[in-house]
Design a binder for this molecule. Structure first.
Ligand code: HEC
Ligand code: HEC
Ligand code: HEC
Ligand code: HEC
Length: 156
């Protein structure tokens, strides 16, 4: 073969070889085919343990019941039954030991996430009852009139 053909060929071979050598150093030992199928079994084995050790932030209301039984009972028998406590109070990890108080967010924005009138063509009717933010209970926090754990109840 002519030199002008061979030269780029050597360069190409050199590039492939250096990639293969670099791979030996950079790809972790436990990366490979684990399990039966190549499609789903191609991963780094230690990654499984890393996800098992990943700290969970959200606890669910079964965790809260031990100390806030009244709140859990109110919520469970209210129209808000499907909303988790931590949806409004943030993740409960480390509470109460490390984080003594979870946030009490009394802003209108907290409720408007779900109750804002979105002005749909069908007159704003959705499964979640919506209110007009500019008119309904203006300039007051929602929780001044509605009890968040059971919004059917008025607040005196
Ligand atoms: C082991 C008991 C315990 C558990 C479980 C627990 N809490 Fe608490 N919580 C406390 C204590 C103690 C306080 C601080 C004292 C107080 O103000 O009642 C507190 C405070 C709070 C506050 C602030 C109240 C305030 O007046 O500032 C919120 C909100 C709260 N907890 C929500 C939750 C939620 C949601 C869960 C479940 C994810 C939960 N807690 C689980 C014991 C607990
Ligand atoms: C829809 C949002 C929402 C949900 C869901 C919710 N909370 Fe609250 N919670 C609030 C708001 C807002 C306040 C503050 C009310 C106020 O200051 O008038 C509050 C107050 C509290 C307080 C302090 C006052 C009190 O009533 O004792 C505790 C404790 C608490 N929540 C625990 C819980 C627990 C436990 C759950 C789940 C069973 C829960 N919350 C679910 C919005 C919510
Ligand atoms: C995560 C979404 C969500 C958030 C946040 C939320 N709500 Fe609701 N709320 C709902 C849903 C869903 C319903 C209706 C459930 C049904 O009718 O079955 C509802 C129902 C209501 C109702 C009507 C109760 C009745 O009489 O039937 C009121 C009032 C209400 N919420 C007030 C509030 C207030 C005040 C807040 C803030 C503290 C709030 N909501 C936060 C989802 C939410
Ligand atoms: C001044 C007191 C007051 C304030 C503040 C207030 N509301 Fe109300 N809300 C009421 C009253 C009274 C009703 C029931 C009468 C009615 O249906 O209009 C009601 C009804 C509702 C309903 C049920 C509507 C329906 O179609 O069934 C929702 C949802 C609601 N409010 C959410 C909110 C949210 C979210 C906020 C804060 C952004 C808020 N409210 C602020 C007094 C208030």
């Amino acid at each position: 073969m002519k030199w002008h053909v061979l030269r780029p060929l050597w360069v190409a071979i050199g590039i492939v070889a250096s990639i293969l050598i670099a791979r030996m150093f950079f790809v972790p030992d436990d990366f490979g085919v684990h399990g039966e199928s190549f499609t789903y079994g191609y991963y780094r084995l230690s990654n499984v343990q890393e996800w098992r050790d990943f700290p969970i932030k959200y606890q669910g209301r079964e965790y809260c019941i031990e100390c806030h039984e009244e709140n859990v009972q109110a919520l469970n028998s209210s129209p808000h039954v499907n909303i988790e406590c931590e949806n409004c109070h943030g993740p409960g990890a480390g509470h109460p030991d490390d984080v003594e108080h979870l946030p009490l967010n009394t802003s209108r924005e907290l409720c408007l996430r779900c109750h804002a009138d979105l002005d749909y063509p069908n007159g704003g009717r959705t499964l979640v009852p919506s209110i007009d933010n500019r008119r309904h209970g203006r300039r007051r926090d929602c929780v001044q009139c509605h009890y968040p754990h059971d919004p059917r109840e008025d607040v005196e």
